[in-house]
Design a protein around this ligand. Structure first.
Ligand SMILES: [Zn+2]
Length: 215
């Protein structure tokens, strides 16, 4: 018996649909690989904490402080002697510069006009990737950073000069250490700073052992 129509044998459409299936499979594999490439580094645990040093010159005593409304773990550095403006800001550990620019707006606070208009955010700032998901951040610098994105720095290399750009009341260095996405308690020379909350004002003093730079 026949219907008058030639039977549609599978061989007529199989090549095309097989090619489509292969293409879809490749797209799916590529998508899974793409997600894995993005996700795996995020899931990987952090490496050991680098031996961070204070971001200021070897042998100097600085005030480390925080205040209500700052943010947990954030540390503000003020020198206890000498002029704050222009003091060298140093890399806490070796790494690669991932940000060197302006956060927010600069405002107009300079050594000549210390009470000028306040800016917003971090002003001139630098971020360094130390590997193993560890980062440090340096905010409110006086001038454009002395380092560029992609540049490798050694511990103690100068990143910029201390200032009061961005949302800053007085010349100081706002400083953070991060592990992955999270801010963590700052450590210097292997010892915790003790600044873990912004629920109360805290002021302490420490001596910089950022002494490895060859100069
Ligand atoms: Zn701060």
């Amino acid at each position: 018996m026949t219907t008058g129509r030639p039977p549609r044998t599978p061989s007529h459409r199989r090549p095309g649909s097989r090619a489509l299936r292969i293409l879809l499979a490749l797209v799916a594999v590529a998508a899974v690989l793409g997600i894995a490439v993005l996700a795996v580094p995020m899931l990987r645990p952090a490496g050991p904490r680098p031996l961070f040093q204070m971001p200021v010159s070897c042998g100097e005593t600085w005030q480390l402080s925080t205040y209500p409304g700052h943010d947990d773990y954030d540390v503000d550095f003020f020198p206890i002697e000498g002029e704050a403006w222009g003091r060298p800001v140093l890399a806490s550990a070796a790494g690669t510069v991932t940000v060197a620019g302006i956060n927010g707006s600069l405002g107009g606070r300079t050594p000549e006009n210390p009470d000028g208009p306040r800016g917003r955010g971090g002003g001139y700032w630098v971020k360094i990737d130390h590997g193993g998901k560890w980062e440090t951040q340096y905010l409110h610098m006086l001038e454009p950073p002395l380092v560029a994105v992609g540049q490798k720095v050694a511990q103690g290399d100068q990143l910029g000069r201390l200032g009061s750009t961005g949302n800053s009341g007085a010349p100081h260095l706002h400083y953070e250490q991060r592990r992955g996405w999270d801010k963590v308690e700052t450590y210097f020379d292997g010892t915790a700073s003790g600044i873990t909350t912004d629920e109360r004002e805290q002021i302490l003093r420490r001596v910089s052992n950022n002494c490895s730079a060859v100069s």
